[in-house]
Design a protein around this ligand. Sequence first.
Ligand SMILES: Nc1ncnc2c1ncn2[C@@H]1O[C@H](COP(=O)(O)OP(=O)(O)O)[C@@H](O)[C@H]1O
Ligand SMILES: [Mg+2]
Length: 205
Amino acid sequence: MSNISAIAIVGVPGSGKTTLAQSICNDDKVELHFEHKIIWACVSDLLSFSDILTRIIESESRGRDSSVSSLKPPHEQLLEEISGKKYLLVLDDLSTNDQFIWDSLRAQLDIGAPGSKILITTRYQNVGKVVATTDNIYKLGSLSDNDALLLFKRFAFSGGEDQEQERIGEDIVSMCENSPLILRMAANHVAQKNNWQQLRVEIWT
Ligand SMILES: Nc1ncnc2c1ncn2[C@@H]1O[C@H](COP(=O)(O)OP(=O)(O)O)[C@@H](O)[C@H]1O
Ligand SMILES: [Mg+2]
């Protein structure tokens, strides 16, 4: 019986997967639940078992007190650090849907206490299907119209918009497909502008 289960956050690039995973990891209750053993590994573009495992080992050792040196090989140190502990491992931006790689990773990492979790974020739905059961796949859609406008206004105007800015803001948001990434980029652009007529010309040309 396995002590580890996986959860997948699936969504298009820029939909906020990494941000959501970060806010989960930063939650005090989550930290306590996993006994402060949270490992964050960014695995973008890594497609082999050994590359992904190496990245996990590097990420884990970065979060550890380096004064406690050990002569043991890094791989053994990782296993020692997670052995018997309830830990959370985040694999951010996983791309491989190779079942053999996933099964090998799980087998290596299945030495924690019951309740240990692997949270993966991925842009590919088929990766989510390989790593998690259907109930554990969380599909991140686009924001609601209202949230999209709120996000844009917060970063574009810092809460002090007049009526004309509000109107231009709504026009811009309608072109951003309610994607957090596009909204943030547009808001940053607007925040740096103070010539509104010029901005209007830029948008509509
Ligand atoms: N809920 C949110 N509120 C504000 N900004 C957000 C939110 N979600 C995502 N963002 C911003 O949108 C951009 C893309 O988010 P990110 O988490 O990197 O997306 P993904 O990992 O899906 O590619 C980042 O600049 C991030 O700060
Ligand atoms: Mg990401």
